[in-house]
Design a protein around this ligand. Sequence first.
Ligand code: CTP
Ligand code: MG
Length: 220
Amino acid sequence: MSAVGIVAAAGSGSRLGADRPKALVELAGRPLVAWAVDTLLAGGVDEVVVAVPAADHDAFAAALPDGIRLVEGGASRTASVRAALARVDPDVQAVLVHDAARPLTPPAVVTRVLDALAGGALAVVPVLPVVDTTVAVDAVGTVTSALDRAVLRRVQTPQGFVHAVLAEAYDDLPAGEELTDDAAVVRAAGVRVTTVAGDERAAKVTVPHDLHLAELQVTR
Ligand code: CTP
Ligand code: MG
């Protein structure tokens, strides 16, 4: 099935606190966004659209290979993905949405997501188990209950969708609404979301410690 990858790369990276947008921060000498694009292509998507900060278009163009389409992102991740999705050809069957902030995602995760879509899933997310005891707290931080971690999962990207399903869900989402991922957008439209195995290496770079860990993992 034909598949386009969208990379959400228009964030500022305020928690990382670098001197440039997070997606342009380098890991082993290459910008995070270049790692994310490579993963999608190596895993089997046909082409990639990247949502970038409006002010940094030229720097992103210089950081990426020819043939990668850039679109101006928005004020939230939801707005950025919405802008990129609007540029995907209607004939494309599947769309995978990935965070630039997950540079070391193995291509095998992409392939698992594509295989699930080929097998009939409408929406699929890579997940990992929760290994720590996980609790709920009240407004002052007192533990109110322990959650049953057997039914909890940590959700990663790339998340895969039948193109028409994702497009319709974004059409139905009120303008300005912000959700943390794309599975939440289709779930808001009543679509069943299934899971495949994620990978610890697909961890998100959020704070400086995450970037240090990623540097240690790059073996070449
Ligand atoms: N993202 C985006 N457009 C936005 C905000 C975020 O495309 N307006 C992207 C980021 O570039 C990132 C992904 O969504 O690849 C996940 O978001 P996050 O890790 O929160 O990145 P930032 O928003 O850049 O970081 P922070 O929240 O620390 O500012
Ligand atoms: Mg953010």
